[in-house]
Design a protein around this ligand. Structure first.
Ligand code: KG4
Ligand code: ZN
Length: 331
């Protein structure tokens, strides 16, 4: 079995995965959303402090599996340096005390492998990764052959929901809140511009849309922001944010219709995005892969699933070599 640790942002999570069968033997996650909600976003130092409390508590429950462990896996990039450090420090300590090899896992590959928890891998796959930190399209042929083909020029899809929620003091994370409010609103009330509509490139941008929403909120705030307007803004914003992704995905389909398409990452829980991609894939005869909702946001089960493949490929690191990276440019 492999014990995996995830602490790249605001979720403390540990999983135990069986190497032979991919079976998830144990999985627990403690989220910090409530603690960060008052600040309208993740406060890195607070997140790190909460990991220091949560990770040992979860680890305590895993002790019975220690004799069966063959490796310790941990997310080392990308993420917040102070929070990654907590997971990596725990992984190093376990590696030394249990005399086990270390596996360093890329968090983005983790999101991709959330599709394969307790399942076999499926490749080739075109992947839309939408999270708080990333909006990317990746062509994946295998775990070690992944190419980034599109990314965002500024904010990410999930982040734009967080910022829109923050503008209207709706709490954190913004995605589920904005989606919920939007269901009660009129999506045609505000005409926000779809980003990069004229650009022939397949790339994303959310800062212009965010600013357009900010201007509207500031206008409406003068007379007090009524609940009705909040819901209309959420609906109109979400419609535009999803339209942007759909336009670029359709552009991609024009160059080549993929056999397999997946959406992964915390923001892949967005119902409007899922529905529209389902419709497009149906029309194009593309098989659509979605992770289970419980594995969309950050978790250690997805890190453990990648680690199983790295273990089989002898892809280990050492306590001296393992490094933390806040950003990565390539896979
Ligand atoms: O993957 P994740 O848990 O963390 C990162 O690696 O960033 O993604 C969290 C992000 C947050 O920005 C959150 O607002 C967004 O995913 N999110 C959503 C939805 N649910 C979560 N965004 C849009 N619609 C949703 N339903
Ligand atoms: Zn993530």
């Amino acid at each position: 079995m492999i014990l995996s640790i995830e602490s790249s942002c605001d979720d403390s999570s540990i999983a135990i995965t069986e190497i032979e069968t991919n079976k998830l033997i144990y999985h627990k996650k403690i989220s910090q959303e409530l603690q960060h909600s008052v600040y309208g976003g993740v406060v890195p130092e607070l997140a790190a402090r909460l990991h220091v409390e949560a990770l040992p508590k979860i680890l305590e429950e895993c002790k019975e599996y220690f004799p069966k462990l063959k490796a310790i896996a941990v997310t080392n990039a990308p993420g917040l340096s102070v929070t990654l450090m907590e997971g990596v420090t725990m992984a190093k300590a376990l590696s030394i005390s249990l005399n086990l090899p270390l596996i360093a896992v890329n968090h983005l590959k983790g999101h991709i492998y959330s599709l394969f928890i307790e399942k076999d891998e499926v490749f080739p796959m075109t992947i839309l990764l939408v999270s708080g930190g990333h909006t990317q399209i990746i062509e994946a042929k295998s775990l070690t052959n992944m190419n980034l083909i599109a990314t965002t020029l500024d904010d990410s899809f999930g982040e734009s929901f967080d910022k829109v929620a923050k503008m209207m003091n709706l709490g954190y994370p913004g995605g589920p809140i904005v989606q919920e409010k939007g269901l009660k609103g009129d999506e045609d009330r505000f005409d926000f511009p779809v980003p990069l509509r004229q650009s022939p490139n397949i790339e994303f941008s959310y800062s212009g849309l965010k600013n357009a929403v900010r201007l509207e909120v500031e206008k409406l705030e003068k007379d007090g922001l009524k609940e009705e307007y909040i819901c209309d803004i959420c609906a109109s914003f979400e419609k535009t944010a999803v339209a942007h992704i759909m336009q670029k995905i359709k552009k991609l389909f024009k160059t080549k219709i993929p056999k397999n398409l997946a959406i992964v990452g915390g923001a892949s829980a967005n119902i409007r995005l899922r529905t529209q991609l389902e419709q497009l894939c149906k029309k194009s005869n593309t098989k659509l892969f979605l992770s289970e909702l419980k594995y969309c946001s950050d978790n250690a089960a997805m890190i453990g699933r990648v680690a199983v493949e790295q273990y089989k490929q002898n892809d280990f690191t050492t306590i001296e070599e393992i490094d933390i990276q806040t950003r990565i440019k390539e896979f």
